[in-house]
Design a binder for this molecule. Structure first.
Ligand code: ZN
Length: 119
């Protein structure tokens, strides 16, 4: 599937929250809350990773940090591609949480949104 068709498919299967800009996948997710989609009969992948790949990002060996803290969100502006080590460091770093508060306005996020049970 070509990238634009994949992006359209993700958008069609998601809810867009105008107040936050979050694009939340509602077609199925992992027990941890990450959006999961089928890519053919037997292959599944995380929706946020599919979205970033469709935008030309190389994710080989890397992980994705949801800056909006909504795990089913696939808005590329809310996703930061980082190493696994950096992602773990951020989760443990209280200063990172304070930093997130300062950068949220640039993401269109003015307050932390509670995770919603989308699927
Ligand atoms: Zn988001």
């Amino acid at each position: 599937m070509i990238p634009t068709e994949m992006i359209e498919r993700i958008e069609a299967g998601s809810v867009y929250y105008t107040e936050s800009g979050c694009l939340e996948w509602i077609q199925g997710c992992t027990p941890a809350g990450y959006g999961l989609m089928w890519l053919g009969d037997r292959k599944q992948d995380y929706v946020h990773r599919v979205m970033l790949k469709a935008h030309g990002r190389d994710l080989d060996g890397l992980t994705v940090d949801h800056l909006c803290e909504r795990k089913a969100c696939s808005n590329p502006k809310h996703l930061d591609v980082v190493t696994r080590e950096e992602n773990t460091r951020r989760m443990r770093d209280k200063n990172w949480q304070a930093h997130l508060v300062t950068i949220r306005p640039s993401l269109g996020l003015y307050e932390r949104l509670a995770d919603r049970a989308a699927c």
